[in-house]
Design a protein around this ligand. Structure first.
Ligand code: CP
Length: 323
């Protein structure tokens, strides 16, 4: 059973393998093979499908448990969609009506669910490193996928972002990827920085002082002192959500000015980075990180393509977990 906890633990070859498989799923080839296995099992042609048939079938009938202690639209729904496409059973674990309210620990909950028959846990939580800790503590043959832990990591977001960049640019090697905004509270930034450096992109970073992380030196990229220089001639402008729910009152006060100074508009983009693709992990704070007119324009559609690629990347990640 393989876990996906943090991009930092993946090799370049493992990242490439996940992306290649996601691309294969997106092309619908593997998906249509699985359809034949699950719905018309009488017509399987092993000689024709060989290895791919085996791999496509590895998740069929297995069970994925979605444990989301923090809200989510894209990650939860695309993991659920991915699991369905792979023929998995899904338990949508309801944290509010579960026995957590009676004081049951996460470890005990997970172990009971293992014995009930869960094979893969997809966990989102507000606490940094909790998925890693629970995977260490749990004595069951299951896989754990980190769907976002606190301010620490969001590995599948970085993978789907990378897939989207490859589709648009062909490669990220030597490309200027600028990540801007609330870097201090962003797990998306951390995972993308880790992945993009492994893949030899040129990472640039900008945050207003109230969103600069305390351990700035640990963020591997060129720190820019000005928003417009940061995006100048970028190939990718990756905006981050202002994470209001994670800000203390002082940060919240400072961040109110963010939209006036750092909202990306079509005019600003045209002036400094006319050829850049625009990315954002979502959910977007309209007219804060990006103007509505840019978001709703053709350029803004890349953000929806990121969400779509999330389904295929998560199929590949789920499959890795049960192989
Ligand atoms: N990008 C992302 O994680 O979105 P959700 O919070 O909606 O899952």
């Amino acid at each position: 059973m393989r876990n996906l906890i943090d991009i930092k633990r993946l090799t370049v070859s493992e990242i490439n393998s996940i992306i290649n498989r996601a691309v294969e799923y997106k092309s619908e080839t593997a998906e249509s093979i699985r359809g034949e296995i699950s719905y018309n099992s009488g017509i399987i042609d092993f000689a024709k499908f060989g290895e791919r048939l085996y791999r496509a079938n590895s998740c069929f009938g297995k069970t994925a448990c979605m444990m989301f202690f923090e809200n989510s639209t894209r990650t939860k729904c695309s993991f659920s969609m991915a699991a369905q496409k792979l023929g998995m059973n899904i338990i949508d674990f309801d944290t509010k009506t579960s026995s957590f309210s009676k004081g049951e620990s996460l470890k005990d909950t997970i172990e009971n669910l293992c014995y009930i028959g869960v094979n893969t846990f997809v966990i989102r939580h507000s606490e940094d490193n909790i998925v890693d800790k629970i995977a260490e503590k749990t004595d069951c043959s299951v896989s754990f996928i980190n769907a976002g832990d606190g301010k620490n990591a969001h590995p599948t977001q970085a993978l789907l972002d990378y897939m989207t960049m490859l589709e648009k640019l062909g490669t990220v090697v030597g490309k200027k990827v600028t990540i801007l905004g609330d870097i201090a509270h962003s797990r998306v930034a951390k995972s993308n920085i880790a992945l993009l450096n492994k893949m030899k992109a040129e990472v640039h970073l900008f945050a207003p002082e109230y969103f600069v992380p305390e351990n700035k030196a640990d963020y591997d990229g060129v720190w820019e002192s000005d928003y417009d220089s940061a995006i100048k001639d970028a190939d990718v402008v990756m905006l981050l959500r202002v994470q209001n729910e994670r800000l203390n009152s002082e940060e919240l006060n400072s961040s109110r000015a963010y939209k006036d100074m750092y909202c990306l508009t079509s005019d600003r983009l045209e002036k400094y980075a006319p050829n850049a693709i625009i990315m954002h992990p979502g959910p977007v704070n309209r007219d804060v990180e990006i103007s509505s007119e840019l978001l709703d324009s053709k350029k803004g559609k890349t953000i929806l393509e990121q969400a779509r690629n999330g389904v295929y990347v998560r199929m590949a990640v789920l499959e890795n977990g049960v192989e």
